[in-house]
Design a protein around this ligand. Structure first.
Ligand code: FAD
Length: 397
C-alpha cells in the first residue's frame, strides 16, 4: 500500500468524491496522487430518502457501490480513519496504517446519535417508529404511513444540527397528503414536535410554510425536544425547552429525526472547534490553524444548513484554493454560505428554498421560488439525481 499522497481526502461521501473528481479534472498530475479514505462499501444519494419514505421512489435507486463512484485516477483506501496528526501531516486508520499527505481535505459527514433519545435504538423500525435518516429504515417510513389508520402521527425535529434542515418536515407533508388520499385524514392528528422556535428560519420562505401548516391543520409544537420513545406503549416524551417540563404524547405513528453530532474521531482531534466540527474559515474553507487542511460538507463548522446543494458550491472553492495554495498564490475563492432546501410540500409540490449565510435568497430560477410548484417537485425527483450521479460526482457541475 502506498503511504504518502499529495492529497488525502477523508470521507468518500458527496463532498469527498466531488472534490476528488474536480481535482482530477484540473490536472493529470493528480493521477494516483489522491487517496480517498473511507471504509463504506456503499455510497448513498440521501436527498431522495424523503421521497423513498413517502413511497414515491425506490431506495435501491439511492445506493451505489463505493467502487463505482471513486473517480478514475484516485486511490481508494477502504479503511476507517481513527486519528489525525496534522502537525506531522498524517492520519492513522483503525487498521493501524499511517498515511501522510501534503494536503488534507476532511469530509466525513455528520454522525447520527441514536443513543441521544432514550429507547429509540430499541424501537426504531418497529412499533410504527420510523426514520428517513437511515438507508436501513427508510422504507419502514412508507410502511408506517401506508398502514396508518388514525390517531396521532408525530414528526420530530431535534435540538441539534441535522443534515438537510427541512427534511424533518418534508416527510410530514407527504404523510399528511397520503392520509388524505387513503381517507384517514379525519381520524388523524398530524403533529410536528420541533425543538426549533419556528417552522423555518429563512424569512423569505417562512410565510409559505406557515400557510401550509395552517391550511392543512397541522399541530406545530415548537421548543419541543424528543427525549424518550416508549415503543411498546406507543408514547413519545418531549422536553419543553422553555419550561424544562416533560410532556408525554401517545402516537400511532412516529417519524423521528434523530439527534446528530460531529463525528467522534473529529471531535477528539486537533482539527476540531469547541463543538467538535472541523474548524474552517467560513469563506475560504481553509482550516483556521493548519493551512494545508481544508474542510467542507456536513463535518465542517460552516454556519449554514448542511446539504448536498451546499457542497456543490463549496467543492469548487476548496479546489480553487487548494490549487492556489499549491502554487503559493493567495486564496481568492470565497463561499458565501449558499445552501438549498427543496422543501417537498406534497406529491407534486415543492418550495425550492435557496439562501446564503445571511439567510438572503440566492435563487437560481427566473420566478418566485417562495411558492409551491409542481415543476420544482419533478426537478428534485427526476432531474437532481441525474445531475448528482452524472454531473457532481464526475466533477463537472
Ligand atoms: C433524509 C435526508 C434528506 C436530505 N435531503 C437533502 C436535499 O433535499 N438536498 C440536499 O442538498 N441535501 C439533502 N440531504 C443532505 C445531504 O445528503 C448531505 O448534506 C450530504 O450527503 C453530506 O455530504 P458529506 O460528504 O458531508 O457526508 P456524507 O455524504 O454523509 O459522507 C460522509 C462519508 O464519510 C465517511 N466516513 C465517516 N467516518 C469516517 C472515518 N472515520 N474515516 C473515513 N471515512 C469516514 C462515511 O462512510 C461517508 O461515506 C438529505 C439527507 C438526508 C439524510
Amino acid at each position: 500500500m502506498k503511504t504518502h499522497y499529495q492529497v488525502v481526502i477523508v470521507g468518500g461521501g458527496t463532498a469527498g468524491i466531488t472534490v476528488a473528481a474536480q481535482l482530477l479534472r484540473q490536472s493529470k498530475r493528480f493521477q494516483h496522487e489522491i487517496a480517498i479514505i473511507d471504509p463504506a462499501e456503499k455510497h448513498y444519494y440521501q436527498p431522495l430518502w424523503t421521497l423513498v419514505g413517502g413511497g414515491a421512489a425506490k431506495k435501491q435507486a439511492t445506493e451505489r457501490t463505493m467502487e463505482s463512484v471513486i473517480p478514475e485516477g484516485a486511490d481508494w483506501i477502504q479503511q476507517r480513519v481513527a486519528t489525525f496528526d496534522p502537525d506531522n501531516n498524517a492520519v492513522t486508520t483503525e487498521s493501524g496504517n499511517t498515511i501522510t499527505y501534503n494536503y488534507l481535505v476532511v469530509a466525513a459527514g455528520i454522525e447520527i446519535n441514536w443513543d441521544g433519545v432514550k429507547g429509540l435504538k430499541e424501537t426504531i423500525g418497529k412499533n410504527n417508529v420510523c426514520t428517513n435518516y437511515s438507508y436501513d429504515y427508510v422504507d419502514y417510513t412508507w410502511e408506517s404511513i401506508r398502514n396508518f389508520k388514525g390517531g396521532n402521527a408525530i414528526f420530530t425535529n431535534p435540538n441539534t444540527p441535522v443534515k438537510c434542515g427541512g427534511a424533518p418536515q418534508k416527510i410530514m407533508y407527504l404523510a399528511e397528503e397520503a392520509f388524505r388520499r387513503a381517507g384517514v385524514r379525519n381520524q388523524a392528528n398530524v403533529i410536528f414536535g420541533s425543538a426549533k422556535p419556528e417552522i423555518f428560519d429563512v424569512p423569505a420562505y417562512k410565510p409559505v410554510l406557515e400557510g401550509i401548516i395552517h391550511d392543512r391543520n397541522i399541530d406545530a409544537k415548537y421548543h419541543m425536544n424528543l427525549v424518550e420513545v416508549r415503543g411498546d406503549k406507543k408514547e413519545a416524551v418531549f422536553e419543553n425547552l422553555q419550561t424544562g417540563e416533560l410532556e408525554t404524547i401517545s402516537f400511532e405513528m412516529l417519524h423521528v429525526t434523530p439527534p446528530m453530532q460531529a463525528p467522534r474521531f473529529i471531535k477528539t482531534s486537533p482539527l476540531a472547534d469547541e463543538a467538535g466540527w472541523v474548524d474552517v474559515h467560513k469563506y475560504t474553507l481553509q482550516h483556521v490553524r493548519y493551512p494545508n487542511v481544508f474542510g467542507l460538507g456536513d463535518s465542517s463548522n460552516l454556519p449554514t444548513s448542511k446539504t448536498g446543494a451546499a457542497i456543490r458550491k463549496q467543492a469548487p472553492v476548496v479546489v480553487k484554493n487548494l490549487l492556489a495554495l499549491m502554487q503559493e498564490k493567495p486564496l481568492s475563492a470565497n463561499y458565501n454560505g449558499y445552501t438549498s432546501c427543496p422543501l417537498v410540500t406534497g406529491y407534486g409540490n415543492l418550495v425550492l428554498a435557496e439562501f446564503d449565510y445571511d439567510k438572503n435568497p440566492q435563487e437560481s430560477m427566473p420566478f418566485n421560488q417562495a411558492k409551491e410548484r409542481t415543476s420544482m417537485y419533478y426537478f428534485k425527483k427526476d432531474f437532481l439525481p441525474i445531475m448528482y450521479w452524472d454531473g457532481m460526482l464526475k466533477g463537472i457541475m
